[in-house]
Design a protein around this ligand. Structure first.
Ligand code: FAD
Length: 312
């Protein structure tokens, strides 16, 4: 069952509202549902969870935070990623753990030179990742940032060719972006998309988003890159496996990705079949916008959330 488009839009609007944010963040009763989606409050816990998951899966760690409008916070985010990467290297996890970053956490929205600052900061995170032997994937945010995000990924790939791009099947432009991104070695995460987008740029019906996802998968699987199939939709996972087989790909030439706390049994089952399964592991104190987007994806999450609010 899906959330109504109106309720989904309202929740996604709440993801950006400071008033809703302070209300929800100060409600201690929500901790159990937040903990389902957010792996740990700090780097120690994040590395511990990564080590547990890495016994049968790969991971991508996300230091939570976005929409930074303060230069010091953007710099602090870089420091947090550097510490994380050093810790992953020290724990011997760099071959199974990469990191995901949002350019808006690295300063892209700063009023002066935001894009340049975000690029410089992303370069510093990529350099720290390369030093310990792993890579960075640049998350995709709302459609107004798609061009600049892909341009920054292109720049980063000059020195760090393993840098991953993300594309969102709900955007009408994405099939064409997939064709551009399907070159040799190109790591591309395909997801459905998690933001509230207008009809002018995005498919809004689930069936249309799913059909677009399959068209994009076809392009990526037939290409020469490394597709990263990010979905919990088991039908799309089956289609991805089928298209990979048809394209003559081995299990090592693509991967599946799911979020921490979502369909963990399916994650384990796919990993047990020898498929590369990566878990996106968010951690840290700035969980509110990420958490609200997860609520908007599934009615059952919202019902659980509502019960927590009224103390049942
Ligand atoms: P859906 O059709 O939404 O869900 C299919 C089924 O999966 C549902 O029926 C349900 O059983 C289960 N499910 C899905 N979501 C949840 C949930 N929250 N809680 C419980 N069950 C659930 N979006 C971006 O815009 N930018 C990104 O950079 C980005 N990175 C991502 C990275 C990864 C690894 C993943 C898995 C997702 C990412 N997303 C990103 C989110 C994505 O765009 C979707 O919003 C999200 O994955 C839900 O879509 P779905 O493909 O799982 O399909």
């Amino acid at each position: 069952m899906l959330l109504s488009p109106q309720l989904r839009s309202a929740l996604l609007a709440a993801a950006g509202s400071p008033t809703c944010r302070s209300l929800v963040e100060n409600t201690g009763a929500l901790r159990p549902i937040v903990d389902r989606f957010v792996a740990a409050p700090d780097v120690d816990g994040a590395v511990r969870v990564a080590a547990e998951l890495a016994t049968d899966r790969l991971v991508s760690l996300d230091h939570l935070g976005e929409d930074t409008t303060d230069r010091d916070r953007a710099d602090a985010t870089v420091d947090a990623y550097r510490e994380l990467l050093t810790r992953l290297g020290g724990a011997g996890l760099a071959d199974r753990a990469e990191v995901s970053v949002k350019l808006s956490a690295l300063g892209r929205a700063l009023p002066v030179d935001g894009e340049k600052i975000a690029l410089d900061n992303a370069r510093r995170v990529c350099a720290a990742a390369a030093e310990v032997g792993t890579a960075v994937t640049v998350d995709m945010e709302d459609h107004t940032t798609t061009d600049v995000t892909l341009a920054i990924v292109r720049d980063l790939r000059v020195d760090f060719p393993e840098t991953g791009a993300v594309v969102q099947a709900y955007l009408r432009r994405t099939e064409a972006d997939c064709a551009d991104l399907a070159g040799p070695g190109s790591r591309v995460r395909l997801c459905k998309g998690a933001y509230a987008e207008p009809r002018s740029v995005a498919f809004t019906e689930k069936a249309d988003v799913d059909a677009s996802y399959v068209r994009c998968l076809r392009v990526l699987m037939a290409g020469e890159g490394y597709p990263m199939v990010a979905t919990h939709d088991h039908r799309l996972v089956e289609i991805a496996e089928h298209l990979a087989l048809r394209a003559g790909r081995t299990n090592a030439s693509y991967e599946l990705q799911m979020l921490y706390g979502v369909r963990p049994r399916l994650q384990e089952a796919l990993a047990a079949r020898g498929l590369r399964m990566r878990v996106y592991v968010p951690y840290g104190g700035e969980w509110y916008p990420y958490f609200t987007r997860r609520l908007a994806e599934r009615p059952a999450n919202l019902a659980f959330f509502a019960r927590s609010l009224v103390g049942r």
